[in-house]
Design a protein around this ligand. Structure first.
Ligand code: SF4
Length: 322
């Protein structure tokens, strides 16, 4: 079997809590605390969890926009965490990221065409200006943006059009993996659906892989091939999307699903909800990290930490799923 496009192993990204006169580290926020993930070429893995669970830090750690403390990020077999800066810059062509807020991601002084051409110039793609211009037009057409919008500035576009520009800019450099970090979260539901359809079509056309990071489990059902659910810096469940949706094995996944509006009356109101607030990743609870909110917790959960147990091509971090 060939190696996956991306394999993340034991990824840890901690941020120091500084204190005292000398601002020395007095503790650590364990934003990502031992995460394993696999993204196959041409497929989509959704990384789902509440705000503050560490999922955005995972995306940024892959590209070393924040520096991980430990682990391996194997992209096409090469560990990105050990690449020297020049080699890492070159590798970033193959892994692009689309953020939640396109207004913040686009330079307000750049017209659409200039924004899309930015990456081509950064990576020296295209023999000359004519070839780069042709690549820009192709990228705009690919994201179904009318060529007439190419001369507009970001503030002259709608939110959906701006996000299409960000996707066009990322695709123009022909990446093999696109990290979508809450890329549709700020959009209206109907525009969200259009962007999700566009991403699905682009994957079919280009064979690109996605790591789709979102707090909303509902948006990934028709997009993701597999889902990884994250809680307090760790993966608590991972598996094929339909299996996770129809037979969730972790109580936290069941709680997230309960928050998804369901068209099926039989499903409405039957799932559990997690109690209370997410604890601080600076002081994760002993035992199972979810025990303070888990409606199914029992004595062992407060004392022992469950491992992520693989079974039938899936995995769950819960004693009840053993
Ligand atoms: Fe809940 Fe216990 Fe399972 Fe943790 S191990 S998810 S506390 S039942």
């Amino acid at each position: 079997m060939s190696a996956p496009l991306l394999a993340v192993e034991g990824l840890c990204t901690w941020f120091p809590i500084r204190g005292g006169l000398l601002q020395r580290p007095v503790g650590w926020v364990r934003a990502v605390d031992g995460v394993d993930l696999v993204v196959e070429a041409g497929r989509t893995l959704a990384l789902v969890g509440e705000s503050g669970c560490g999922k955005t830090t995972v995306g940024r750690s892959l590209l070393r926009l924040v520096e991980p403390r430990a682990g391996r990020v194997l992209f096409e077999g090469e560990d990105l965490l050990h690449l020297p800066p020049a080699a890492l810059r070159t590798r970033r062509q193959a892994i692009q990221i689309v953020f939640q807020d396109p207004m913040a991601a686009l330079d307000p002084r750049f017209r659409v065409r200039e924004a899309v051409a930015e990456g081509l110039e950064t990576f020296g793609i295209g023999a000359d200006a004519t070839e780069r211009a042709a690549r820009v037009e192709a990228a705009l057409a690919r994201v179904r943006l009318d060529a007439s919008l190419g001369e507009r500035f970001p503030h002259e576009l709608s939110g959906g059009q701006r996000q299409r520009v960000c996707i066009a800019r990322a695709l123009a450099v022909e990446p093999r993996l696109l990290v979508c970090d809450e890329s549709v979260s700020a959009l209206d539901v109907s525009i969200q659906a259009q962007i999700l359809n566009l991403l699905r079509d682009l994957q079919a056309e280009l064979g690109i892989a996605y790591l789709f990071i979102t707090h909303d489990l509902g948006v990934v059902r028709n997009l993701a091939h597999r889902v990884a659910v994250m809680y307090l810096g760790q993966i608590v469940e991972e598996g094929p999307t339909e299996a996770v949706f129809t037979d969730p094995r972790h109580p936290y996944t069941r709680a997230l699903l309960a928050a998804v509006p369901s068209a099926d009356p039989a499903r409405r109101g039957v799932a559990v909800r997690a109690r209370g607030e997410v604890p601080s990743p600076a002081h994760p609870p002993a035992g199972c990290r979810f025990h303070t909110r888990c409606p199914e917790a029992f004595a062992r959960c407060r004392e022992q930490a469950p491992a992520l147990m693989p079974r039938d091509g899936r995995a769950a971090r819960c004693f009840l799923a053993e």
